[in-house]
Ligand binder design. Structure first.
Ligand code: 5GP
Ligand code: MN
Length: 346
């Protein structure tokens, strides 16, 4: 694991020297993006400072219970306030992303801001988005990285209840409650400390993973029954959902969360993709096992990105156009898919 001592000193100096700190996360924020922002802000406040928070679009309902989630400005619905906060900021801290396109409609304003910029992230290929880039792909989540950075800046253990709760949300989100993703002994030692400090894991797991509507369960059943395609020779399985399918099941944002992972439970499958049709474009979520690099496929084929085993992207067109494109390009990854499947079968 990288030694972040010098980065932490620099981060602390920037935070202490700033008058208007702005934290900003990626579009369609998940529990890690929201958790990392809320956790870092908690420490900044306890340290006598303040920080505003922006999300490029609204938080999903199942995250709104988090303390101070209501203080996150939804840029899409509050452009005026969001614009003012970006213009006022003299320090912008970007969390849980490394590609400017993940800023949605806030992209240009952030890029043209003269504020000092920091990026805290755990995705591969950190890029050059900020003056100070704190990127650790060895961490389960940006929230785990924030936990580490805060404790370094604190020069001791910071265990304020809202802080440990936000960190826990981030870690369990990006690991699917320790089912997948990249987690290490260090992650579990951090989790151990969070539990020792009294984090309410049952409450959090309930909010994050057991908070769906009955309609969502029916949509999941329908997707598995009627919209699942398997290519055993390519070790690939996918689910596709049209706009009409979503309407039929009274879809609300977040309902397809988790669908992308399900098909990896099928024996021999190393790549699972969820295609969801939106207005004029299709959003896809890719999950993979072992050495198969979903990030590379997503970048190459869907203008996307992410991690090796969890990536996403989007593409213009109808679901049928996009599926046709996917079916066309997928065989070119056969060697990598075969290799990953052979390793898993060992
Ligand atoms: P999800 O499938 O849960 O939306 O995203 C999985 C991972 O891929 C996350 O780490 C997320 O940041 C990344 N990701 C999802 N969609 C996109 C996208 O459109 N562009 C890029 N660069 N990354 C994405
Ligand atoms: Mn993350």
């Amino acid at each position: 694991m990288t030694d972040f001592g010098k980065y932490t000193k620099e981060l602390k100096k920037l935070i202490e020297g700033a008058h208007h700190i702005l934290l900003i996360c990626h579009i369609n924020p998940d529990g890690d993006a929201a958790g990392a922002m809320l956790a870092l802000r908690r420490w900044i406040i306890s340290h006598g400072g303040n920080a505003e928070m922006i999300s490029p679009n609204a938080l999903q309902k199942f995250l709104l219970w988090m303390h101070d989630a209501d203080k996150i400005v939804d840029f899409h619905h509050n452009i005026e306030k969001g614009t003012r906060l970006i213009r006022e900021a003299d320090l912008i801290i970007m969390v849980d992303f490394n590609s400017p396109s993940r800023l949605g409609k806030a992209e240009e304003l952030v890029l043209s801001s003269t504020a000092r910029k920091v990026m805290i992230d755990h995705h591969p290929d950190p890029g050059t988005l900020a003056d100070l880039i704190i990127s650790d792909t060895g961490r389960s989540s940006t929230s785990e990285l924030v936990y580490f950075l805060v404790n370094e800046m604190e020069e001791g253990e910071f265990s304020e209840p809202d802080f440990i709760e936000a960190v826990y949300v981030g870690i369990i989100t990006d690991t699917g409650n320790f089912e997948h993703g990249l987690y290490s002994g260090d992650t579990m030692r951090t989790v151990g400390l969070l539990l020792d400090r009294g984090v309410d894991k049952e409450k959090i797991v309930n909010h994050i993973f057991s908070n769906f509507s009955a309609d969502r369960m029916r949509l999941k059943g329908f997707a598995l029954h009627s919209r699942m395609v398997i290519h055993p020779d390519l070790h690939t399985a996918y689910i596709w959902l049209t706009k009409e399918d979503l309407e039929t099941f009274n879809h609300v944002k977040g309902d397809t969360e988790g669908f992308a992972n399900i098909l990896l439970a099928i024996s021999g499958i190393v790549l699972s993709v969820l295609f969801v049709e939106r207005s004029g474009f299709v959003k896809m979520s890719l999950r993979s096992k072992g050495s198969f690099n979903a990030n590379v496929l997503s970048r190459r084929c869907f203008n996307g990105g992410g991690h090796r085993n969890a990536a996403g992207g989007e593409m213009k067109g109808s679901i049928h156009d996009v599926l046709e494109h996917f079916e066309e390009v997928l065989p070119s990854f056969k060697a990598e898919l075969d290799a990953a499947a052979a390793e898993i079968a060992k």
